[in-house]
Design a protein around this ligand. Structure first.
Ligand SMILES: [Zn+2]
Length: 201
């Protein structure tokens, strides 16, 4: 970073540089854009960042992002609450919703079990899911964790916990390439995987 810049400009460049996919040159370009932008425009960005951090919390039912205590999907009366689709991340909900074929509700785990990375079952929302299934009128739990080792392992772990509840446990069909993620699968692939879902043995 150049000593020719003022302290606050250096700080902005540094902050932009922390964003994913933003290298030093881009960080500099963005900082200069903000510097030249009119005050209202620049403050709109600052306020949008602040609002996202202040207003967005976890839905108390499905643990997805929400600005209300209960998210829009969980409070939608047209949704079939007896079908719970289990995903790793909020981004996966967006990918699945884009297919336009889902009438179920979700459960967002907040990641996958990865002991080597220090992620234990207790770090995810697995406990809440088991409780939901025990207490609610749930007919089917659809595992839509990523089709890779960590995702499959997480789905198996959860299904072993749910077995005693007698709920039907299914998994998205193997139309998704092994090792891939829900986030980057095409809509067509996801739709096929949803319709072709099979019971988990
Ligand atoms: Zn919800």
């Amino acid at each position: 970073m150049s000593g020719a810049y003022t302290e606050s400009l250096n700080r902005l460049i540094e902050e932009f540089g922390k964003l994913p996919g933003v290298g030093p040159k881009t960080a500099e370009r963005l900082a200069f854009y903000i510097l030249k932008a009119n005050p209202a425009e620049a403050m709109a960005l600052a306020e949008a960042i602040r609002d996202v951090k202040n207003k967005i919390k976890r839905c108390e039912i499905c643990c997805n992002f929400s600005e209300q205590a209960v998210c829009q999907i969980c409070s939608d009366p047209r949704r079939d609450k007896s079908l719970i689709c289990v995903v790793e991340q909020p981004k996966d909900v967006i990918s699945l919703e884009k297919t336009g074929t889902c009438r179920w509700v979700y459960h967002v785990l907040g990641g996958h079990i990865a002991p080597l990375e220090g992620v234990e079952p207790g770090d995810l929302t697995i406990e809440q899911l088991v409780e939901r299934v025990r207490e609610g009128d749930v007919k089917e739990v659809i595992m839509a964790t990523n089709p890779n080792m960590a995702g499959d392992g997480t789905a198996l772990y959860i299904s072993s916990l749910l077995r005693s509840t007698g709920v039907k446990i299914t998994k998205l069909a193997r139309g998704l390439p092994t090792g891939s993620t829900i986030e980057y699968a095409s809509g067509k692939m996801l739709t096929d995987a949803i319709t072709g879902r099979q019971e988990l043995e």
